[in-house]
Design a protein around this ligand. Structure first.
Ligand SMILES: O=C(O)CCC(=O)C(=O)O
Length: 216
């Protein structure tokens, strides 16, 4: 029997909602209009100009290649982050990042230590399937994902039953909160698009836990 959430596409409401977009095995709550249009325009401009964007190489299946987007890592001084063969040292928080972090922490109810920023220059930039499940994010990572700029399709699919997939549009000023066992059971990606679209910034706020000392 076909699942009723197979390739299910969320109809986005004009209003904020606290609906879980996952049918089971995790929580991903979407707030489409978390930041007002004015605030979102302002943050898009500030972050575009003040963040130290870089295009970094990564290792995929043993091969080094450039990431199809620009990235940056900001946060508390002692919280570096490693994924896909690269280690990022944090830049100190900017005023705008601290303001955004404070706003989403009222809903997320955690103190985010760090933020991974992605700059998608146009529809050709993307991010492949992955889970945010690095050891330093803890057992059930809390990920606060904020988007500014061109709306892009964000996809989640069940890690085992890959045909169980969900798509949502992450619009200008939206906030997606992923928590509980989401990163165990669901992988996510931001695919390329042929649409002629402008740039987009996504910030994933994360809690990086202290790494236990060796032998502890
Ligand atoms: O740009 C997005 O919405 C996805 C970002 C993402 O998957 C990540 O930072 O792990």
């Amino acid at each position: 029997m076909k699942s009723n959430y197979n390739n299910y596409t969320m109809q986005q409401s004009l209003f904020n909602t606290d609906k879980n977009i996952l049918p089971c095995l995790g929580e991903a709550i979407l707030y489409p209009c978390f930041f007002s249009a004015g605030e979102s325009d302002q943050y898009l401009g500030l972050l575009t100009n003040e963040i130290k964007w870089k295009q970094e190489p990564i290792k995929l299946f043993g091969k080094e290649m450039m990431q199809p987007r620009l990235t940056a890592w900001y946060g508390d001084a002692d919280k570096k982050y490693s994924y896909s063969g690269i280690t990022m040292q944090p830049q100190p928080w900017t005023q705008s990042l601290l303001q955004i972090k404070k706003r989403i922490e009222t809903i997320a109810r955690v103190n985010f230590t760090s933020a991974l920023l992605n700059f998608y220059r146009d529809g050709n930039d993307s991010m492949g399937w992955h889970r945010d499940n690095e050891m330093e994010l803890g057992i059930n990572p809390v990920i606060g994902s904020v988007s500014f700029g061109a709306a892009r399709t964000f996809q989640l699919r069940n890690y085992i039953e890959k045909d169980k997939a969900i798509s949502v549009d992450l619009t200008h000023g939206s906030f997606l909160l992923m928590k509980e066992e989401t990163q165990h059971h669901w992988e996510h990606r931001l695919p390329k698009t042929n649409k002629k679209i402008g740039s987009r910034i996504n910030i994933t706020f994360r809690v990086i836990l202290p790494v236990p000392a060796r032998g502890a």
